[in-house]
Design a binder for this molecule. Sequence first.
Ligand code: UFG
Length: 340
Amino acid sequence: MGEKILVTGGTGYIGSHTVVELINEGFEVVIIDDLSNSSVDILDHIEKIVGTRPQFYQFDLCDQARLNDFFKKESDIKGIIHFAASKAVGESVIKPLLYYRNNITSLLNLMDCMQSHQINNLVFSSSCTVYGQPDELPVSERTPFKPAQSPYGNTKQICEEILRDVAQANQQYRLTALRYFNPVGAHPSGLIGELPTGTPNNLVPFITQTVAGLRDSLKVFGTDYDTPDGTAVRDYIHVVDLAKAHVITVNRLLNKKQNQGYEFFNLGTGNGYSVKQVIDAFEKSTGVSVKYTLADRRPGDIERIYANTKFANDVLGWKAELGLEEMMSSAWEWQKRTLS
Ligand code: UFG
């Protein structure tokens, strides 16, 4: 058995895919998740895919005493990937305190435990939301942050500042923030994928649920953007590519290939696709048509964002391999599974 990695939020969407890739690469995985936005059944599905069941603890990372007990028991953890967080942009506007408490307290608690239990390696789940609407595209890691557009976005900016300051003050740490662009798609097994609770906020789950008959029609938010077809542009990335980047990053930290300190990487494909292009790719790759109507812009949405991925490509030696059609077909396969 390889080295032991703690994955917080490991039953969630990106977390579960990363757990699979870690186990595939020989790591031993222990998950902490409070199941506030995921199901315990995911553990069965992970086990079906990789043949090993990760260890699982159910509790909230805001419970510092519980977390400390956990680290006393699991004394051989070598690195942490911290996914657990609240992530709905719209909800964060309505419940800012919940977002600040969950997202910031959990990181502070984890970092306190890292200090007291001598764990030096952490990968933090960040987002391209830290850039706001940038002045220049594509967005590189040197692009300055704009004011956050939501409390959720602000928590990601604040957490990254915490990482930077803590790394500066404690020379033993290797800390990496991975800034995801728009993760979509599902594992090729069809056994894990995104499971939004209630009405989905994100484009791809809304498309698949509409096609599955769970929603009447997709609304395309905004058709008058300054983009080739008027709809907003994003850098969609397959969740399996994203998961693999985490394994590479963990290996880099554990093998001390990253210098001590704090580093951050953009994880995207480098391609910007419009909402209409996503719908077209879905129809092309699945052969099913998507019912949609044109609607006003969604408040808070930015017009266009896509990544400059050179730093991640060069330094991590990682490159996204899966294209938009694979993202769409896997998302649809997963949606069909969840119905049966
Ligand atoms: N969209 C629609 N109809 C829908 C849902 C979305 O037209 O029903 C459009 C949006 O307006 C946007 C695009 O599809 O133009 C992508 O929207 P998503 O909600 O899928 O993704 P966002 O880019 O808004 O949000 C994502 C992550 C956030 C993160 C943000 C950073 O979900 O967590 O990127 O920019 F903060």
